[in-house]
Design a protein around this ligand. Structure first.
Ligand code: ADP
Ligand code: ZN
Length: 557
């Protein structure tokens, strides 16, 4: 491309000088006579031919000159930016488009304290490269709109978003999502890690924060990505020396200054897997007040992620994205990427022509042992347990209280520490509920445990129901002590005041509510045992089922 442009320039220049010269020449040889027009015509035709061949010769000459004499630009260039101590790195990837997915980003591991800037035209990561995370992508649409055209965004007085906090376990795609946002908005991506702001000397961290925002202003519109923000803005303690908060204070001051016109077009995206360790001042309204949690991928998401990485390796017929997704519950996206790579290495070492399913099994075992993470290695039995537990909640809830709490979705995929989850659509105005609704709610909460007992026997009930028991007990306690639903206690408000009645009576009444509803839950499940089996089977197959799938199963039985 560069060669062609240079050629065109050279040619234009040469043709121009030639035409100037020849005009002079023509003026001299053919003075404006009248009888010689015939000869003139012939002359012109010959001249035209000459010109054409000259042009071709010229073009070839120029092309050769440009090609051999003008050096090609280097593949990776670095130039210092206008701000001392920072540099712009141009990574040119193989081919025009570059890879759409880049592994762990090299600059994040860079120990040096430079602020790294990737200009828009070098960002080749887009939302299509980010599998799953549909809700997160949705939630950041306005930020992308804003970055694309800050002025248009503010036309009707809408306030510019400031930034967001992405939180979630390592490898869930926080960095990838931030980078893809820069790609979608076509703006620069400026990345730092919180640990770069360590205060080795008093004031150094604050100065770095200031520099970061200078860089951002110079490159706006842009995304400033602060990884591990908890390292920069950790919770302050009373005994901390006063200067230790300088970095955080500087960060707060810069963030508050973003409303200024001169700071338009700067969006901060911070990431952390320890939201509890972050200074609350940073998360307050008007600062990083939008928090998006990136969950571990669901079965469907995992299938997509696996597919992205399978497309890059050679597999045989025994392998499918769906099969791999099924053996990787609890894996993060990064771990899935790692799994495919491990499997490729294993197959290569054995001299195979393609990766087969057993290679993925071996790779999985290695990763699970390495990660020492319990949730990654849920046994088949435990999955089955969770499936029946959740199916129990869903069925009893549906049979007893469908109008008040319609099922929204049921899942046995992990969310945080819990194994499964049954979500009911929240269509209640908490304020008031009837006795019947409360009883049904308690039965629903106890139904997970009831299902476990029915299917696996009393000896095999797991500890998974702790939260359910806690919620049901709290509700039953309120029924007795606040809402006057116990006949023996009568319509009396007790609250937490134990002077009124013996604790024993209250406990007996709470117990009575809990046990009658536990029995009721069991009765409903026995009556619908076919449905219970079917819903559990669907969960084992799909991991998550939504309201529609659930109703289909229930209606069929
Ligand atoms: P985090 O910042 O949350 O620790 P990263 O964004 O650095 O995680 O993810 C590490 C790698 O895992 C990415 O470079 C990418 O290869 C892969 N990855 C993570 N999330 C996804 C996703 N949603 N879709 C595809 N690949 C992903
Ligand atoms: Zn439960």
């Amino acid at each position: 491309m560069e060669t062609l442009i240079t050629t065109a320039f050279l040619m234009t220049f040469l043709l121009w000088s030639y035409s100037v010269l020849s005009r002079n020449f023509l003026h001299e040889t053919t003075p404006s006579g009248s009888k010689k027009s015939q000869a003139n015509k012939q002359n012109r035709a010959i001249l035209g031919l000459k010109l054409l061949s000259a042009t071709i010769v010229l073009f070839l000459g120029c092309y050769a000159f440009a090609h051999f004499m003008v050096p090609a630009p280097p593949e990776t260039t670095e130039r210092t930016s206008n701000i001392p101590g920072t540099k712009v790195i141009n990574h040119k990837h193989d081919g025009k488009d570059g890879p759409t997915l880049e592994g762990p980003f090299p600059f994040m591991q860079d120990k040096n304290k430079d602020i790294q800037i990737i200009p828009p035209h070098l960002i080749k990561t887009y939302f299509t490269d980010v599998a799953g995370l549909a809700e997160a992508k949705d939630e950041v649409q306005d930020i992308i709109q804003y970055l694309r055209d800050p002025e248009e965004f503010g036309r009707l007085g809408a306030k510019a978003p400031k930034g967001i906090l992405l939180h979630g376990e390592p490898g869930t795609g926080k960095t990838l999502l931030a980078r893809a946002m820069a790609g979608e908005a076509d703006v620069a991506f400026i990345a730092v890690a919180g640990s770069q702001f360590d205060e080795e000397f008093v004031g150094v961290g604050a100065a770095r924060v200031r520099k970061l925002f200078d860089v951002a202003r110079e490159n706006a519109p842009c995304i400033v990505f602060i990884d591990e923000i908890d390292a920069l803005a950790h919770k302050r303690h009373a005994q901390d020396p006063s200067w230790s908060a300088q970095s955080v204070n500087q960060l707060l001051a810069e963030m508050d200054g973003i409303d200024d016109q001169k700071n338009a077009g700067i969006i901060i995206i911070s990431a952390s897997n320890r939201i509890d360790a972050i200074d609350p001042a940073v998360l307050r309204p008007g600062r990083l007040d939008r928090h998006i949690r990136l969950e571990l991928p669901t079965l469907k998401d995992r299938e997509q992620i696996v597919q992205i990485y399978l497309d890059k390796v050679k597999i045989d017929k025994s392998v499918s994205a769906n099969k791999i997704a099924k053996i990787t519950p609890g894996f993060s996206s990064a771990e899935i990427a790692n799994l495919v790579n491990e499997a490729a290495i294993i197959a290569t070492k054995q001299g195979k022509g393609a990766i087969s399913m057993p290679d993925f099994d071996t790779a999985k075992d290695r990763i699970v042992i390495g990660a020492k993470r319990e949730s990654m290695n849920i046994s088949a039995q435990s999955r089955k347990n969770t499936a029946y537990h959740e199916a129990g909640h869903a069925i009893v809830g549906h049979k007893l209280n469908a109008e008040r709490y319609p099922i929204y979705k049921v899942t046995i995929g992990q969310r945080g520490p819990s194994l499964g989850h049954t979500a009911f659509e929240p269509n209640l105005d908490e304020g008031s509920a009837t006795f019947n609704e409360l009883e049904a709610l308690i039965a629903t909460q106890l139904a997970g445990r009831a299902a476990e007992e029915l299917i696996f026997g009393e000896q095999n009930i797991t500890t998974g129901a702790e939260n359910d028991l806690k919620n049901a007990t709290r509700l039953a306690h309120n029924m007795v002590t606040r809402w006057g639903y116990s006949k023996r206690v009568g319509p009396m408000y007790i609250g937490n005041n134990d002077k009124f009645l013996s604790q024993e009576l209250i406990e007996q009444e709470v117990q009575a509510i809990l046990s009658r509803n536990y029995q009721r839950a069991k009765a409903v499940l026995i009556e619908n045992s076919d449905t219970l089996d079917a819903v559990a089977a669907a969960l084992l197959e799909h991991e998550t089922i939504d309201a529609k799938q659930f109703k289909n199963i229930v209606d069929k039985k």
